[in-house]
Design a protein around this ligand. Structure first.
Ligand code: SIN
Ligand code: MN
Length: 245
């Protein structure tokens, strides 16, 4: 274990209030069990929740690591500032973003793709080691990601249901890290439509989308602006680590 990746022992009460009522059967069972434990005021460990093959590692990163991540992102945001991409559908995204690594995700009227440079012309900064370590810990893979998308959700920002499918090989997982305000993460199906399930992602949560979950539709309906004090101006950061080529 890297010293700063801490599967934290803690009272789960806080996250409990963030959970949505629609759960898969297994998840529902563990929540029911958890409610009983909480009613007895016991300290419980709940670090991993699986919904539709998405592995949600709750409270995976402790606050010290969360702060270190924010510090590591500062120089990236200075060199490659956040921008709001246009979508091929003619709408501007409400989420602002930038990237680190060899490839950065990009969108404009011509479509979704990966680019080797920020719109200003600078190459994307390197992915910080502290971020790469999370990938290694979460996936156990030797192969490193070559892209780290940095999404910033300000007040009112959201991300529509979509698949991550601009990469060359879907056998590599995608790892996402949540920092700052809570975000309501919605998980759909491998084709558009159908029933969905939602879970609040909080600062320090890590999600691994691999195997059958790799091409599952997902999105963020809304954030709870101001729910975390990690980011001085509020909002939510999501890091998405991917193998692009
Ligand atoms: C994404 O799917 O690109 C972002 C997911 C998130 O913000 O949690
Ligand atoms: Mn995505």
């Amino acid at each position: 274990m890297m010293p700063y990746i801490i599967a934290r022992l803690g009272v789960y009460r806080e996250q409990m209030t963030h959970l949505q009522p629609s759960f898969s059967a297994g998840f529902h069972e563990s929540v029911t069990k958890l409610r009983k434990v909480l009613a007895r005021n016991e300290v419980v460990l709940l670090t991993k929740v699986e919904i539709r093959d998405f592995k949600v590692l709750k409270s995976c990163l402790d606050v010290t690591l969360q702060r270190a991540l924010v510090q590591a992102l500062r120089p990236i945001l200075r060199a490659a500032p956040l921008f709001s991409p246009d979508t091929p559908y003619g709408r501007r995204m409400s989420v602002r973003m930038t990237s680190a690594g060899q490839y950065g995700w990009f969108s404009d009227k011509a479509g979704y793709r990966y680019a080797t440079h920020h719109p200003s012309g600078v190459a994307w900064p390197d992915i910080p080691a502290v971020v790469l370590d999370i990938w290694t810990q979460a996936t156990g893979l030797e192969r490193q990601p070559d892209s780290c998308l940095i999404n910033y959700y300000g007040e009112g920002a959201r991300m529509a249901l979509h698949q991550d499918k601009d990469e060359a090989d879907f056998s590599w997982p995608v790892v996402s890290v949540s920092l700052g305000d809570d975000g309501l993460f919605r998980i759909g199906n491998q084709t558009r439509g159908g029933k969905t399930e939602s879970i609040w992602l909080s600062s320090g949560d890590v999600v691994v989308m691999g195997g059958p979950a790799r091409l599952t539709y997902h999105g963020v309906d809304r954030i709870r602006f101001g729910s975390s004090r990690l980011l001085p101006k509020g909002g939510r950061i999501n890091l998405t680590l991917r193998v692009v080529s």
